[in-house]
Design a protein around this ligand. Structure first.
Ligand code: ADP
Ligand code: MG
Length: 329
């Protein structure tokens, strides 16, 4: 029997709730009414962001539904992490070609798992028929007037990035058959593409420390350029320092690996600037959160981004396969 829209909401979406007890007081009304209502508290600000993923554009056709769900939520939560916000709740607007209950079952299980990892509640949404597309609107909490913007980088600051870079772009080449990988390498890369970890705890910890931050969604060079433009400063990136995974080093030549790391998108790592006297503190965070945090460059006077090779010689971004460097926004 075909599922109605209400069956779908009731069966698959109405009970995704992993909010810790101390945050339940923020949610007044959740699924089941015309609006969700979030209480506002005098000492907090609400951070909002929405991301849409479309089948065949942002993830491959026929992708495993639980992974599609996990990726859709993580991509949205990554924007909260980049601002230092604590994830609270999300809404889900989903357009489905048909009401396939096996697909929905797996999708909702994947969504529940991701919501659990970020300790969030699904508080509302919209369910319609159409080409497969998923919009996730996330809501996060910030302490009053404290946040990580793109605009605070200062001349002399160090540039850091979390995790490893380029894995998601390499994963897409493996999925598309442009690159061959064995079973365990493929498994690692697929998890880096479909199950990125939004760096929530790192973002929150950077609130009092970083001068600017962004999540790496478009590719490192593009995203660092956004910080530079917003902060009206220039930057240098040490290409030989870009953090690479073991799998990347095994599968790609050093030149290709550098290109993936510099220009590949979809890694959802955090890139941030700190004053040099915070270097030790950042390295302590790396131990604490068990995430590599690598110093990859610095902020300088002027504008634009200079890429330097291991000998300190400038490298043209176009030689890194980066076509849209100039004037990209
Ligand atoms: P309305 O027509 O008033 O917009 P709907 O009938 O679309 O309400 O939805 C009924 C309730 O179910 C609302 O509270 C809505 O937020 C929620 N809802 C609808 N689709 C979803 C979804 N995909 N995920 C979570 N909640 C949903
Ligand atoms: Mg209504």
């Amino acid at each position: 029997m075909a599922l109605t829209e209400f069956d779908i909401i009731e069966r698959y979406f109405s009970s995704i709730n992993h909010l810790p007890d101390e945050y339940r007081r923020y949610i007044d009304v959740a699924i089941g009414d015309d609006c969700a209502i979030i209480n506002n508290f005098p000492d907090k600000q609400l951070a909002l962001s929405v991301d849409t993923v479309v089948e065949g554009v942002h993830f491959p056709v026929q992708a495993e539904p639980s992974l599609v769900a996990q990726r859709a939520l993580s991509v949205a939560v990554s924007d909260l992490a980049a601002m230092g916000a604590k994830p609270l709740a999300f809404t889900l607007s989903i357009s489905l070609p048909d009401s396939n209950s096996a697909w929905l079952e797996h999708f909702s299980l994947g969504l529940d798992e991701a919501a659990k990892s970020y300790r969030m509640q699904l508080i509302g949404g919209d369910t319609t028929r159409g080409p497969l597309s998923i919009s996730v609107q996330v809501f996060g909490l910030l302490p009053m007037m404290r946040r990580l913007k793109r605009s605070g980088a200062q001349v002399g600051d160090l540039l850091f990035v979390s995790g490893s870079l380029g894995d998601a772009a390499l994963a897409l080449d493996v999925i598309n058959g442009a690159c061959n990988a064995d079973g365990s390498a493929t498994e690692y890369l697929l998890s880096r593409f479909y199950q990125p970890t939004a760096r929530v705890m790192l973002g929150e910890s950077l609130l009092d420390l970083a001068t600017a931050a962004i999540d790496v969604s478009d590719g490192l060079l593009a995203d660092v350029s956004h910080i530079l433009q917003s902060s009206s400063v220039g930057g240098e990136i040490y290409l030989s320092q870009l953090p690479l995974s073991e799998v990347m080093s095994q599968l790609a030549t050093p030149e290709r690996a550098m290109e993936y790391a510099a220009t590949g998108g979809d890694d959802y790592e955090l890139c941030f600037t700190v004053s040099p006297d915070q270097r030790e503190q950042i390295l302590e965070f790396a131990d604490l959160f068990e995430i590599p945090l690598t110093e990859i460059g610095r902020i300088v006077q002027g504008d634009g981004l200079l890429c330097l090779d291991a000998k300190g010689q400038p490298v043209e971004p176009s030689n890194l396969g980066y076509q849209h460097f100039q004037g990209d926004s």
